[in-house]
Design a protein. Structure first.
Length: 512
């Protein structure tokens, strides 16, 4: 019995520089995660400088995630074919270069295009990092720790973004939040060339460009339709976009079933644990992302806090995510996968429910506590689902599997900003203005809360204060409603995960 248990141990290959290689990969994922949220605090400054409309502001916020979501599967599959290290390093150089374009954008249109290009570069980084972890760490317990660190970086990056942005915005202009990418990417490339091992699928087959196009057009068209319908209601052009996107995705799925070397093996979704983990990721980030995007505006433009102060209030989410992310594998093995994931999702749902009670006078301690609980839940749930997704497939398909995980994450982020953002925006625009405010001024104020702050400055003091108060109250009402919707989504997802992940276990784990 003892010899049988010890027999497999010599077969586990341990890459000598695996932990240093992990540090390089964490750099990459941290930066992409930071970049997804760092813009939140810069939004009021960017609005004042570029003067985007409300719709343009939403596009600036979510086009990054749209493009990443549309390209992740394709880029994950490309990494499996040409080499994950090669794709990661090329993507890092591109990410740094396009960051400069974002920093010096001179119009809303240019900013939207620059954010879209940043999404293209970001799509090369995310699946490569998780796939390389799958191929560097062969021991299941070590891999769980590595994925925990990776997950903590992803969750913490999203929460650290506002702190980094706040510190920069205290001293520099809004473009500085993009220029911080350059030194980090330089370190990533220099160290990555030496420390990262190359890995690829030994029998990859051709990269199907038709599938790449179908995936990109399908996801972007569907998300665009959802976003526009939520803001403007149904129109014929929105319906056309929705139908086009759905047809492209159906065609994509059918094509993958017929290809000898598909971009995405659709048979992966026959695994209940894999499908359950992907669904949990999608709905979790959908519930979180829209709130994170608008929370920074709430703290700065309703509670009138400085950017750094707002960022520090959001920091406990990062601390909670790191603490639970590092121990997620241990928790899932000692309890169960479904208990860890459902428990994490419930914690996020309760934290979002607490956001329905926020107002202009809510103390910082109360918000910090709610964000810590939400961050802890996110770190636990995301890390365990990433482990489930990655170990459900052969390591040759690690790029494609991790791309599915990342696609769920980014698609959820795009949908969250689009749907919950539309709830906030829809309620916000209905506020009643004080008498005597001109039509043009009122239109600018109703376009965005940043616009209302600027419009109030140009009015007589009493009238400006009344306009700003009405706008802030309306924004808060929209924010609270969106938080309630997001909380309901998360709590329902927790129940669904409990059933979908029944019997699922991590490698060398305990089945429940």
């Amino acid at each position: 019995m003892t010899s049988a248990q010890q027999a497999p141990a010599p077969q586990i290959e341990r890459h000598p520089g695996r932990w240093l290689a992990l540090a390089v990969l964490v750099f990459a994922v941290l930066l992409v995660a930071v970049d997804a949220t760092v813009l939140g605090l810069a939004t009021p400054f960017l609005s004042e400088d570029l003067k985007p409309s409300g719709t343009q502001l939403l596009w600036i916020g979510d086009v990054y995630s749209f493009v990443i979501a549309g390209l992740l599967v394709s880029m994950g599959s490309l990494g499996d074919r040409i080499g994950r290290k090669k794709l990661l390093l090329v993507g890092a150089v591109a990410f740094g270069a396009v960051s400069v374009l974002n920093a010096y954008a001179t119009s809303p249109e240019m900013m939207i295009v620059a954010r879209a290009l940043l999404g293209v570069a970001g799509a090369t980084l995310m699946p490569s990092t998780l796939a390389l972890i799958r191929n560097i760490f062969h021991d299941p317990k070590e891999r769980s720790v590595a994925i925990g660190i990776w997950g903590a970086a992803a969750s913490a990056g999203a929460a650290v973004g506002p702190v980094v942005g706040g510190a920069l915005l205290e001293h520099f202009w809004w473009g500085s939040v993009f220029l911080i990418n350059l030194p980090v990417m330089a370190v990533l490339v220099i160290v990555g060339i030496k420390m990262l091992p190359e890995s690829r699928n030994p029998n990859p087959g051709p990269w199907d460009l038709i599938s790449v196009g179908l995936s990109l057009v399908g996801i972007v068209a569907v998300v665009y339709a959802i976003k526009e319908a939520a803001v403007h209601g149904f129109r014929w052009d929105i319906a056309v976009s929705a139908v086009l996107g759905a047809l492209c995705l159906i065609w994509f799925a059918r094509r993958q079933m017929k290809l000898a070397s598909p971009l995405l093996d659709m048979r992966l979704f026959q695994h209940r644990g894999f499908s359950g983990a992907v669904l949990a990721d999608l709905l979790t980030i959908l519930g979180l992302s829209g709130l994170v995007f608008f929370l920074s505006q709430f703290l700065q433009l309703v509670q009138m806090r400085s950017p750094l102060d707002a960022g520090l209030i959001e920091l406990p989410a990062a601390i909670g995510a790191v603490l639970t992310g590092l121990y997620a594998g241990v928790i899932a093995r000692r309890a169960s996968v479904r208990l860890a994931v459902s428990g994490g999702l419930t914690a996020i749902g309760l934290a979002l429910a607490a956001c329905t009670l926020l107002d202009a006078n809510t103390p910082a301690l109360q918000m910090c506590l709610a964000l810590f609980i939400g961050g802890a839940g996110a770190g636990l749930a995301f890390t365990v689902t990433a482990d489930v997704i990655l170990t459900a497939v052969p390591k040759e398909q690690a790029g494609a599997a991790s791309a599915v995980s990342e696609t769920a994450y980014e698609l959820g982020a795009a949908l969250g900003i689009a749907l919950l953002g539309s709830v906030v925006t829809g309620i916000y625009r209905g506020f009643e203005a004080p008498a005597g405010v001109s039509g043009d001024t009122l239109a600018a104020a109703r376009d965005s809360l940043g616009g209302a702050v600027e419009a109030a400055r140009d009015l007589p003091q009493e009238q400006g204060a009344a306009l700003l108060s009405a706008a802030q109250n309306s924004f808060t009402s929209g924010f609270e409603t969106a938080a309630g919707v997001a909380s309901a989504v998360l709590l329902a997802t927790a129940v669904a995960a409990w059933f979908l992940l029944r019997g699922q276990k991590l490698e060398d784990g305990v089945e429940h």
